[in-house]
Design a protein around this ligand. Structure first.
Ligand code: XCC
Ligand code: SF4
Length: 628
């Protein structure tokens, strides 16, 4: 009998057991079958970059091959493999952004996509020297969109960075030759450099990875978030609920999973369509219950207060409840296993993106040109499936938690205004004062995924608890934010778990001690917060008592994030050991030498309490360096 308790958070155990009874396979079954992982792969020592290979380097010195056929050493192979992860992660985030930017180009006053935040649009236009006077807002939108798209394949010069990047940081990037030129170009450069017979210098390969990652964080993701706010409006603080118990027994349950707001924003509209609600009722349901999952869940709760079903490791469990009419997905972090799993139940697994077609799913392509129509068609197909639900085999767990969400930088500033002096209103000054005055010891960003090699959510929760107890404000995105929301740490009552100083600030500002800042692409909001704070204090980001951690990461996107975080001057703690330990040189660069370049580095620590303690130690060190 398997020890389920070591795999997932408490109330999910009953669902895994139900799945077992129903003959459904989950990620934990597959993990068991996978047995021991490949010893070469774990260390990053396997190369298949050409057909003379695969070549694998023996992890034991003096025993077996110490070079690939072409002569590539462990350092070369490990660094190339790592760089390709950064390229893939950057590509994923930035292609998502590209989609959003195309939408801005398509937006029309009477269209499915409209510009909801014209102030934010004008702000960006002005930053980019686009004339905003006497011009139609949609015309400005198109020009902003074209300028934004230019950052993907800009033929000459540097990428356009937001003003929030401190000038000292830009100079440092130029000096170190890691200033990105264009997003696509950096991704392509890595693919080129990792081709056989190119880059064979681990440190240079990693510096190239830093450059690519910067283009992800400060351009791709940054524009993705910014332009999502222009189209769908900037999130405001709102209260909602999390965990699978948000599924409703007597309603059509739709789980919306993936990443891109282009689809989710239309589905949100479609589920409130009177025609569709009537249809659901006609089929005996009390209504339509839309539930978000993973980053789409975060996007939806940020802007609409939509309930969040859970994070990465809950996607299969949602289906196992037997209560889900459809899992609608677009791109990224979607288990292909959902195709087979959904067939064990009545659930429809609806894929919508040409970029993520999954065999065995129902493919209903989402067409942005007739977005609302497309969304309605998808939702209708979910509704029609309600009649197929086997009511005898439905089990929805009880536990759900309310939480606060929607902390864009703008919303944080609004809360700070509560305590701001007249001349500080509308700025981050009160936050800076709280930090310099010591009521906030520092800020730690908890981000990233779940990974079945770690008990679901465990690291996220342990680290956050320890940090807030020690007066470190936690900001969170992605599956980490969902983990903390489920654990009850992202609601205002949670300030009782915070140290006295942080508790005082939370009460004064009327905020929780853990601020949910959105999806993973929204880590750009964290960069914005860091950059603006540094600019106000007239220091570089690396001087700030700031830290980041991805304690249960798994995706290539997380690798790109880790790299842009350290390129920005923020230390990053990883709770899962990256596949680089086959090269001492790579390990040493990432956890040591890189600090001389960027002022920050990676820490790899699998124990969450040690992680929190190390974060506090580094925060204190930065405080003392700042003389606060
Ligand atoms: Fe995916 Fe974004 Fe990771 Fe969650 S945190 S598992 S990347 S959904 Ni982004
Ligand atoms: Fe082997 Fe070199 Fe080809 Fe990689 S690039 S598979 S190390 S010969």
């Amino acid at each position: 009998m398997r020890e389920y308790e070591n795999l997932v958070n408490g109330d999910m155990v009953s669902l895994i057991k139900k799945g077992e009874k129903d003959g459904a396979e989950t990620i934990w079954d597959r993990m068991e079958k996978m047995k021991t992982q490949c010893g070469f792969g774990v260390k990053g020592l396997c190369c298949r970059n050409c057909a003379m290979g695969p070549c694998r380097i023996s992890p034991v010195a003096g025993k077996g091959a110490d070079k690939g056929l072409c002569g590539a050493t462990a350092d070369v192979i490990v660094s190339r493999n790592f760089a390709r992860m950064v390229a893939a992660g950057t590509a994923a985030h930035s292609d998502h952004a590209r989609g959003i930017i195309h939408l801005l180009h398509k937006a029309e006053p009477n269209g499915d996509y409209i510009i909801k935040n014209s102030e934010k649009l004008k702000k960006l236009a002005e930053q980019w020297d686009i004339d905003t006077k006497c011009k139609d807002i949609y015309e400005i939108g198109r020009q902003v969109s074209e300028t934004a798209l230019n950052n993907f394949g800009k033929p000459f010069g540097e990428i356009t960075l937001p003003k929030t990047v401190p000038n000292v940081r830009k100079d440092l990037w130029r000096k170190e030759k890691i200033m990105p030129r264009a997003i696509d170009r950096e991704v392509v450069s890595i693919m080129h450099a990792t081709h056989i017979g190119c880059m064979a210098d681990a440190n240079e390969m990693l510096k190239m990875s830093l450059r690519t990652a910067i283009s992800d964080g400060w351009s791709g993701s940054y524009m993705g978030t910014f332009i999502s706010d222009i189209l769908f409006d900037t999130p405001k603080a709102t209260k909602t609920e999390s965990n699978l118990a948000v599924l409703e027994k007597d309603q059509v349950n739709i789980v919306l999973h993936g990443h891109e707001p282009s689809l989710s924003e239309m589905i949100v509209l479609a589920v409130s369509d009177p025609e569709l609600i009537a249809k659901a009722k006609e089929l005996g349901a009390q209504g339509i219950n839309l539930v978000g999952m993973c980053c789409t869940g975060n996007e939806l709760s940020m802007r609409h207060g939509t309930k969040n079903g859970g994070n990465f490791l809950q996607q299969e469990l949602a289906v196992i409840t037997g209560a889900v009419e459809a899992v609608i997905v677009d791109v990224q972090c979607i288990f292909p296993s959902l195709a087979e799993l959904s067939k064990k139940y009545h659930t429809k697994f609806i894929t919508t993106s040409p970029c993520a077609r999954i065999e065995g799913s129902d493919y209903i392509e989402f067409d942005e040109n007739i977005a609302y129509e497309s969304a309605k068609k998808i939702v209708l197909s979910a509704i029609e499936n309600y009649k197929n639900r086997n009511k005898e085999n439905v089990y929805i767990p009880d536990n759900k938690t309310s939480f606060m969400v929607g902390y864009s930088v703008e919303t944080i500033v609004e809360h700070l205004d509560k305590v701001a002096q007249e001349n500080e209103k509308g700025t981050l000054m009160p936050l800076i004062k709280a930090i310099t005055g010591g009521s906030i010891r520092g800020i730690a960003a908890l981000v990233g995924c779940n990974n079945p090699r770690i008990k679901q959510d465990y690291n996220h929760i342990q680290i956050a608890q320890k940090l807030i107890e020690n007066n470190v404000l936690v900001i969170a995105t992605g599956c980490s934010a969902t983990a903390l929301a489920k654990a009850g740490l992202a609601n205002k009552e949670a300030s009782k778990f915070a140290g006295n100083k942080l508790k005082g600030i939370c009460e004064a500002l009327d905020i929780p001690p853990v601020l949910h800042m959105g999806s993973c692409v929204d880590i750009s909001r964290i960069l914005q917060l860091a950059g603006e704070t540094a600019n106000l204090l007239n220091v570089d980001i690396s001087a700030l008592p700031l830290a980041g951690s991805a304690p249960e990461w798994m995706s290539e996107k997380a690798v790109a994030i880790g790299m842009y975080v350290i390129a920005s001057g923020i230390d990053a703690w990883l709770g899962v050991i990256p596949q680089v330990t086959g090269s001492d040189k790579v390990v040493s660069f990432l956890t040591n030498e890189v600090e001389e370049i960027t002022g920050s580095k990676f820490f790899v620590e699998t124990d969450p309490i040690n992680t929190a303690n190390q974060i506090i130690e580094r925060i204190d060190m930065k405080r003392s360096r700042l003389g606060i």
